[in-house]
Design a protein around this ligand. Sequence first.
Ligand code: GTP
Ligand code: SPV
Ligand code: MN
Length: 592
Amino acid sequence: MTNNKYVLSWIDEMAAMTQPDKIVWIDGTEEQAEALRAEACSTGEIIKLNQEKLPGCYLHRTAVNDVARVEGRTFICTPTKEEAGNINNWMDPQEMYTKLKKLYTGAMKGRTMYVIPYSMGVVGSDFAKYGIELTDSIYVVLNMLIMTRVGTNVLEALGDSPDYIKGLHAKADLDEENRYIVHFPQDNTIMSVNSGYGGNVLLGKKCFALRIASYLGRKEGWMAEHMLILGLENPEGEVRYISAAFPSACGKTNLAMLIPPEAFRKKGYKVWCVGDDIAWLRVGKDGRLWAVNPENGFFGVAPGTNEHSNYNALATTRKDTIFTNVCHNLDDNTVWWEGLDENPPKNALNWRGEKWDYTKYDKSDKVGTSGAHPNSRFTAKAVNCPCISPEFNSMAGVPIDAIVFGGRRAKTAPLVYQSFNWQHGTFVGSIMASETTAAAAGAVGVVRRDPMAMRPFAGYNMGDYFKHWLDMGKNIPNPPKIFHVNWFRTDDEGHFIWPGFGDNMRVLLWILDRCAGAADAVETPIGFVPKAEDINIEGLDIDLNVMRELLTVDKASWLEDVENIKEFYKLVGDHVPAELQEELVALEARLG
Ligand code: GTP
Ligand code: SPV
Ligand code: MN
């Protein structure tokens, strides 16, 4: 398929180590994909679902101990620990290569090694970067075919160049103790072993498009961010673009595909989805910041997705979709998850593949008693999304008016606020915090600082990453305005106060009005907050008092946060830029 000597010699070397029985090149054709699906069905790796109700759809279950990203086992192996920083796990590259070699040696005996040439971004575009993933998992191949642009045209575009990202994945024996997700930024190399779950093994996604790409972006003057990209069309037919960084399972897919509330829909407002997880951003010739979504599909959270919360995501999954760790309805061979509807299947298998009794479901023990795993996912094609943006395949991307940060905060963070300027906006991103979710292994619901939603994904020192944000600001003549949102404030009973989902559009409108200089705001110690009456609540069962509550800036809890931020900056270490330390001092002073 290629004469590229860099590619061929690397594959030879990896095959000599892992010792597969055979090597199969993935060419991107439907014939080959269909043959692989049939093979995976014959071994039970995937299950063919009801083809009348869900054409082209399959179910896969991962191992029970392998259901989320494993941040504790994810490493950035730069020559010095300082380059990786205190937030990343680090090991000396040679030591890590030696350790991994033992785990990979013979790992593909009796198995097939698939060679997946793929592109992140439209093949041939200025933004595009190419990768080759070697894997012994058909599930990975089928997911990569949806999530990235795969095929022989990638090899043609690469030509004789050594400029591609090497990715080696072996399932090995799925041993948790020897699970490693490792990045060697200086070698353009990713190595993943002993996992079969999404973000650990679809190496184009978090490993390449965020960790390696963020490293390359700093070197080359662009940014790789954990951001959705959406276009909001007004009744005049003008589309403005917003990118937003929320941590894992905090609402990116939902916001990216939102359907405006009825009153707005009738007036002609519409949201177009460009991307739901990753944005690559570059300064355009016009001096604005331009974004592309390097992915080609969605790896979305299933639980909570339904006709009302996210109609477009649900519609996207009605064909050509791989479901992972959801509940299997045996009566009609379809899938189900908590929050899909009020009718849990009576005759079903849970995400572990065991007979499931829906009457035993206990919300406080989702992993133990739910039908679907809380981090169960769908892999679906972007082209199948009813609101996919006409700009999705654009070579140039879309110009960004507003960057939005956000997290899950029961208290403290108001519904929305605007930063004073780029530097302060970078500070606002750097102090982001959110309650942890099931997307990563570990405790759920614990507040932790997650700067720019990149804590698990920055491929180098977090302090240098902050510096890169500040530097980018100086190089964008007409930068986006920076905001922060929080859909997750709760009342004393723990209920969300803000309705969220489609109604989040009301907040986006205020944001775009601010960008256009058309909305008012109140200056507070943390930034500009809307006046309660400036968020359009037409048709909502919420009054101005509730809006005021959602928008309050409680000084005492912010001062508590300041203490926590100081600790966090200490943890990040001495690479935190002086400008951000000054912003922190200024915030504390304004809070009095
Ligand atoms: P990753 O794919 O892990 O990066 O997640 P994501 O950021 O795309 O999150 P997603 O949109 O899949 O939402 C995760 C969970 O949050 C789902 O269970 C949603 O139903 C829920 N959620 C999303 N938006 C809102 C909102 O506005 N309000 C509330 N209360 N819940 C929301
Ligand atoms: C996330 O955890 O942010 C995801 C899912 O988008 S994964 O691909 O597993 O990282
Ligand atoms: Mn994500």
